[in-house]
Write a protein that binds this ligand. Structure first.
Ligand SMILES: Nc1ncnc2c1ncn2[C@@H]1O[C@H](COP(=O)(O)OP(=O)(O)OP(=O)(O)O)[C@@H](O)[C@H]1O
Ligand SMILES: [Mg+2]
Length: 643
């Protein structure tokens, strides 16, 4: 008996003895320690006592009749391995027990008179298990919720394990991927690079971070991935594979590139804006001077009939100023300050009309092909300016193909969406037609492409090009609220992409130009209002020379004074648009209110944009663009008076 007592008191397990009513009658020191109270406090209490309350693993109460001790007492059977939680008041915390119960039946007796409950404290074990389970769960959910792909491969690169994200990046099913090798997800070159990265990890044992390569998805799509990998090492130190994270950085990459490109586009845009303002200002003043110079030269010509030397000189002056006027016209086109005479046209018709002329320009060694969309939308454009664009592009293409080649003109309808508009400077979303002008010529490098729209930028030898061709094209397109881009590859060719906004309404017939070879005469009275003295005098002389009666005024103020006195005689108001004080439109409005039959013809160098929104000048407004030769002036005046 003594032997048992020593054992009872010294074993690690707790032992509690209950009588047949379930009351505690004996406990050993280990039980006192585990349960956290002295025997005195437990004595004669049952497991119904609140202080001895036990719980299941899931936290619910342990009822008396499920208690191992109670079951042993009632059934006479051994009960094994019941896990229950108790509250240890001494430590103030939960402890977990693994309890077995043994009934004691006296020889000859039927019912147990006692039960021994023997229990192990498994709190620490359970804690470890719980942590393990939690961390496994956390690990699992982290893997599955990760945006990055996770993988484990063996030393040969065969997939052993991966998460959902890797399936999404690769496009394969779990079934398929588990039978694949990483090499099957990329081309040879990338596979070699990744192999070298893995090898590095294997040899050094150090993780490798941020290895970037290209992955081929199921179906052939390519993705750019950034992979970080490290070694998988077994408990015995054996290297058995690699684990890694694969991050899909395709979007980021292209976003970064897009941003750079957009910034570059903005720089280009601002540069051309600035040059445009400068060029426009110079050209405007220049134009006024040229109108005077060439006007006087032309006027004097008939008077010098008997003086061949003077006549030749005057002809030179006139020719040279015409050439200067041509230059300023191009500069004005670039700075978008040219008055537009827009009509609704179909670009296909315009291209077809022009193709004969274009063929003549490009010569026989170059083939001109056009691919015109059958249901092309109409655009509202100045047909003359569009011809200018096509000619300039054709001349450039010809110069880029000295050995011959091909020009392709293609039209199509296109909708530019918000996303596209956001990614390009100065583009509004909406309906457009696209005009593509391609050649198979020598192409240009990046540096040239960046500068081609600048006025006076040319790579041609002196005398061959002025560098105004493409700046004119650019200005005209912008004035039409369109956009132009260039794509080019050295030795492969160049493509210009032009977008023009769709216009509502039916297309107009493309008319013929009026014959302006003769100078028509007249006898009506004309009121000329122009603040620039040279222009005013030139116009005065030309019109008087053709038989008209002319009153001149340097300002709207004085014009109104003249009108006050002679208004009933005046048939036509010929006025500059921009003048100090009132502008030409306002002046005409005031005068017609007095005499509704008064006709008007405007003269302008530029700056329509301050009066009418850029590019939207109504085609009905009769306007003469400065500088103009006497022929143009007299023809236009006659045309208005006869209308
Ligand atoms: N289709 C093209 N292929 C290759 N390079 C081109 C092409 N179009 C233009 N370029 C380059 O752009 C430059 C500028 O062209 P742009 O038309 O503005 O001026 P230019 O042709 O040199 O002179 P201009 O047109 O005033 O006679 C050209 O000198 C050439 O280097
Ligand atoms: Mg050119």
């Amino acid at each position: 008996m003594e032997r048992y007592r020593v054992l009872f008191e010294s074993i690690r397990q707790g032992v509690v003895s209950q009588d047949q009513d379930g009351k505690i009658v004996l406990v050993n020191p280990a039980a006192e320690r585990i349960l956290g109270m002295p025997f005195q406090e437990m004595k004669n209490k049952t497991s119904l006592d609140p202080r001895l309350q036990t719980i299941h693993e899931d936290g619910s109460d342990f009822p008396m009749d499920m208690h191992p001790g109670w079951i042993a007492l009632k059934t006479g059977q051994n009960v094994k391995g019941t896990v229950m939680g108790i509250f240890n008041p001494r430590e103030g915390r939960q402890r977990w027990l693994n309890v077995s119960a043994v009934p004691i039946i006296t020889p000859g007796g039927k019912h147990p008179i006692r039960a021994y409950m023997i229990f192990d404290d498994i709190t620490d074990l359970k804690q470890t298990q719980l942590q393990l389970k939690e961390s496994e769960e956390r690990y699992q959910s982290m893997l599955e919720n990760m945006i990055d792909g996770y993988f484990e491969v063996d030393l040969n690169g065969n997939f052993l394990f991966f998460n959902q994200a890797l399936l999404e990046i690769s496009g394969y099913s779990s079934n398929k991927l588990s039978k694949m090798n990483f090499r099957e997800l990329m081309d040879q070159e990338n596979a070699q690079c990744f192999f070298e990265a893995f090898n590095q990890v294997f040899v050094t044992g150090q993780p490798e971070k941020g290895h970037v390569g290209e992955l081929i998805r199921k179906g052939g799509d390519k993705r750019i991935v950034e992979v970080s990998s490290s070694l998988l090492i077994g408990p015995d130190g054996e290297k058995w594979g690699f684990q890694g994270i694969a991050r899909d950085i395709t979007e980021q990459r292209s976003f970064g590139k897009e941003k750079e490109r957009l910034e570059e586009e903005l720089r280009q845009f601002q540069k051309l804006e600035a040059i445009g303002r400068l060029a426009g200002g110079v050209a405007h003043d220049f134009n006024n001077l040229l109108t005077g110079i060439s006007g006087y030269a032309q006027l004097l010509l008939p008077k010098a009939e008997d003086h061949p030397v003077i006549q030749r000189g005057l002809k030179q002056i006139s020719d040279l100023s015409d050439r200067a006027a041509d230059l300023t016209r191009q500069l004005l086109a670039f700075s978008r300050k040219q008055p537009l005479s827009s009509v609704v046209v179909n670009m296909n018709a315009l291209i077809e009309n022009l193709s004969r002329m274009l063929r003549r320009i490009i010569g026989e060694d170059i083939v001109l092909k056009s691919m015109l969309a059958p249901e092309l939308w109409n655009v509202s454009v100045d047909p003359g300016q569009m011809e200018q664009i096509l000619m300039n592009l054709a001349v450039n293409a010809r110069d880029a193909m000295p050995q011959g080649g091909e020009i392709i003109i293609k039209t199509s309808n296109i909708v530019l969406d918000q996303k596209f508009a956001k990614m390009h400077v100065g583009v509004k979303s909406g309906f457009y037609i696209e005009l593509m002008f391609s050649d198979t010529g020598k192409g240009m490098d990046k540096a040239t492409q960046e500068r081609i729209f600048e006025p006076f930028f040319t790579t041609k030898e002196p005398g061959k090009g002025t560098g105004l061709g493409l700046s004119t094209v650019y200005g005209i397109i912008k004035q039409h609220k369109g956009n132009i881009w260039v794509r080019s590859k050295i030795r492969q060719g160049t493509t210009f992409e032009i977008f023009l906004p769709r216009a509502a309404g039916p297309a107009a017939e493309l008319g013929r130009k009026r014959d302006t070879k003769i100078m028509p005469k007249g006898t009506e009275t004309i009121l000329v209002v122009e603040d620039e003295e040279a222009v005013r005098n030139f116009v005065h002389q030309v019109l008087e020379g053709q038989g008209y009666r002319v009153f001149t005024a340097p300002s709207p103020e004085e014009a109104k004074e003249i009108f006050e006195r002679k208004g009933w005689e005046v048939a036509l108001l010929l006025t500059d648009v921009v003048m100090p004080g009132e502008n030409g439109f306002e002046l005409y409005k005031k005068l017609t209110s007095r005499r509704p039959s008064l006709k008007v013809l405007y003269m302008s160098g530029y700056a329509m944009d301050t009066l009418i929104q850029e590019g939207e000048m109504s085609p009905d407004i009769p306007i003469l663009q400065k500088p103009f030769p006497p022929k143009v002036l007299t023809n236009k005046v006659r045309e208005i008076l006869d209308a």
